[in-house]
Ligand binder design. Structure first.
Ligand code: SF4
Ligand code: SF4
Length: 155
C-alpha cells in the first residue's frame, strides 16, 4: 500500500520493523487464523490477542528476534497474505485516552527527514485504514510517544 513512497530496497537493507526486542513486543503484527495455523505447524508459538493472533517470540533476555516470516530476501509473505499492520507500517492506528488516531512511527528511517510524501499518502489511504480499524478494533494499539499523530479517526 505504501510502495509509491517506500522502495523495497530501502526495507531490504533496514528490516527494523521486522525485528523485535522484548520492550517492543507489543509491536508484533496482528495475524489472521490462517497465518497463525501456518506458524503453529512450523512450531512457532502463537498467542491470541483479542479476536486475532500474533506470534510469541518467547523473549528470555534482551535479545533481538526476527519475525518468523522474515526471510533472506525480506518479508516471506506476498501482498495478499501480509498482515494489514505490515501493509501500512510505518503508519499505525492508535488509541490515546478515548480517541483513535492515525499515527506515523518516528523510528522508520525512510521518512526521518522528509515525511510529506507519507503524510499525503496516509491521508489518501485514511478511509481504507479507518474501515480496517472499524472492523478490527482489537488491532488498535495504545499510543506510544514514538509515533507522531497525523489525524483523529472517528470510528
Ligand atoms: S522501518 Fe521503515 S524503512 Fe525500515 S524496513 Fe520498516 S518500513 Fe522499511
Ligand atoms: S510479516 Fe513480513 S513485513 Fe510483517 S513483520 Fe513479519 S517479515 Fe516484516
Amino acid at each position: 500500500m505504501l510502495s509509491s513512497v517506500l522502495e523495497k530496497s530501502t526495507c531490504k537493507n533496514c528490516r527494523f520493523c521486522c525485528e523485535f526486542e522484548k520492550a517492543d513486543e507489543w509491536e508484533t503484527p496482528i495475524i489472521n487464523e490462517h497465518l497463525a495455523n501456518l506458524l503453529k505447524q512450523k512450531g512457532v508459538k502463537v498467542k491470541k490477542q483479542n479476536n486475532n493472533y500474533t506470534f510469541d517470540l518467547e523473549f528470555k533476555e534482551n535479545e533481538v528476534k526476527k519475525c518468523p516470516f522474515l526471510s533472506e530476501n525480506g518479508c516471506g509473505l506476498d501482498d495478499e497474505n501480509k498482515p494489514f499492520d505490515c501493509k501500512i507500517w510505518p503508519l499505525r492506528i492508535m488509541k490515546k485516552q478515548d480517541k483513535i488516531y492515525l499515527t506515523l512511527a518516528k523510528t522508520c528511517p525512510a521518512f526521518e527527514k522528509d515525511d510529506k510524501r507519507i503524510i499525503d499518502l496516509s491521508l489518501n489511504l485514511f478511509e481504507t485504514i479507518k474501515l480496517y480499524a472499524k472492523n478490527n478494533k482489537g488491532a488498535i494499539k495504545e499510543y506510544s510517544p514514538d509515533y507522531k499523530i497525523i489525524k483523529e479517526m472517528e470510528l
